[in-house]
Design a protein around this ligand. Structure first.
Ligand code: S6P
Ligand code: ZN
Length: 196
């Protein structure tokens, strides 16, 4: 890990950082239960356990005062009518925010709070998204051709709570309806216990 200030570049066209510590690939099998159309999910998985998204992480200590950052790349595609997306999570330390800067592609961020608020905001090149503390977040690629590439930064002590979303889902989902991204209620959403 660097102990002096450092820079790196994001190489176009794919925006892979010139230096990174970790390259995470999440494939279809890691998203069991998250897509609404289970039959479409199983059909696709039977053909191939394709990679839905990738994350390049820059190494920093996971502690308050540090900023964890990197690049997230969600590939284009759909499971049934539902676009490829990230697992999504709350931060374990709920009162931690995150900034996303979209470099490439077209998509949305689906967000919600434990209190029941929800929001879906666009991601397109040049757009900055501020995810407030307490808001779970999931990126969705609504393009049929292009990767959705975002640069993210969040506090080193944030941590990730994937379990709540894995178990209960997001309130809203984004599906392709007649060729247009459409926000709908997620029929598989269930109310989690109220968190503090
Ligand atoms: C981490 C930040 C991103 C995501 C990435 C993949 O707090 O929000 O780096 O990790 O977009 O999503 P997920 O939900 O699989 O971590
Ligand atoms: Zn996050």
């Amino acid at each position: 890990m660097k102990d002096v200030p450092f820079t790196f570049e994001l190489n176009k066209p794919d925006f892979i950082p010139t230096e990174y510590y970790n390259h995470i690939k999440r494939s279809l099998s890691a998203m069991k239960g998250q897509f609404w159309d289970r039959e479409a999910y199983n059909r696709l998985l039977a053909i191939e356990d394709i990679v839905l998204y990738e994350v390049y992480e820059i190494k920093r200590p996971e502690m308050a005062g540090e900023l964890l950052h990197g690049i997230s790349i969600v590939h284009p595609g759909k499971v049934g009518e539902e676009y490829f997306m990230t697992k999504g999570h709350f931060h374990t330390v709920l009162e931690t925010a995150e900034v996303y800067y979209c470099q490439k592609g077209q998509g949305v961020m689906v967000m919600e709070t434990p209190e029941g608020d929800w929001a879906v905001e666009p991601l397109n090149p040049g757009r900055v998204l501020y995810v407030l503390p307490r808001w779970a977040h999931r990126s969705v690629n609504t393009s049929s051709e292009e990767d959705l590439v975002t640069f993210f930064v969040y506090p080193g002590n944030a941590g990730h709570d994937y379990g709540t979303i894995e178990e209960h889902g997001f309130r809203k989902m984004v599906i392709d309806r007649n060729g247009r991204p459409t926000i709908t209620d997620n029929p598989r959403w269930s109310a989690p216990d109220r968190r503090k």
